[in-house]
Design a protein around this ligand. Structure first.
Ligand SMILES: [Zn+2]
Length: 241
């Protein structure tokens, strides 16, 4: 749900706002519109509104909802969402009893187990090298104003990366993720969920925050964070991981 209580007098401004949602069709929940109807699934060209609330069915419920245009690949990689969410659900089943949970609670201000576990359900996951998702922009999937494609947002050989914006968080996954074992994938997903839950702590910030809890930066990159998670946040494996 995106709300604006500002007076909107220019149609172009409304269109720009809709663009930031990345949805082709959207609902005017309330408010007053000069062109087009209020409670209507409207094409974006037809409406200029004052004091409105808009809601994107595509963003909220996935492709095929409220789109109606046909041929729209949709903004959600539902297949990757299903894989990642199932793996996280399995991995985090008894998370409240884990040492990672205890450590997260010690270090992250305002931490709650349910809040952390709950991020898995609202975070979007993308196979960033696979079309049609590879061509979506960061702005389309998270609303951060960045026009880089998902494909170009993941470096060569990079396993995973989290991006965030006004629409929420998305985890971009590369081929190295998909060729990994299920336990390896689960540890990567928990690593990314840590970025999501902390609202974008960087890898250096994570290394620093958990340095008294067995996390060491031994190998290049951020795989040591994933390795540390694999030991239930007790120590950092010394081998490449
Ligand atoms: Zn990371």
């Amino acid at each position: 749900m995106l709300t604006s209580n500002e007076r909107v007098t220019e149609k172009v401004w409304v269109v720009a706002l809709i663009e930031s949602l990345g949805a082709d069709r959207w609902l005017i929940i309330d408010g007053w519109c000069t062109v087009g109807a209020g409670l209507e699934n409207s094409p974006r060209e037809n409406v200029a509104c004052l004091n409105f609330t808009i809601f994107s069915p595509v963003r909220a419920f996935g492709p095929g909802n409220g789109g109606g245009g046909g041929g729209d690949p949709g903004l959600f990689d539902t297949q990757t969402d299903a894989i990642a969410r199932k793996e996280l659900q399995d991995k985090l089943k008894n998370f409240s009893k884990s040492n990672c949970n205890k450590v997260f609670a010690d270090v992250i201000e305002g931490y709650s187990t349910s809040g952390f576990v709950g991020e898995a359900k609202t975070t979007e996951f993308y196979a960033a090298r696979n079309q049609p998702y590879a061509s979506l922009t960061q702005n389309q999937v998270v609303g951060n104003g960045n026009k880089a494609s998902l494909n170009n947002s993941l470096q060569f050989g990079q396993t995973a990366r989290t991006i965030q914006g006004s629409l929420g968080a998305a985890v971009l996954l590369g081929p190295n993720f998909f060729s990994d074992t299920v336990p390896g994938q689960q540890n990567t997903l928990v690593h990314e969920l840590l970025h999501v839950y902390t609202n974008g702590w960087s890898d250096p910030e994570i290394f620093d925050a958990f340095k008294d809890y067995g996390l060491k930066h031994i190998n290049p990159g951020s795989g040591d964070i994933t390795g540390w998670i694999s030991t239930d946040c007790t120590k950092t494996p010394t081998g490449a991981n």
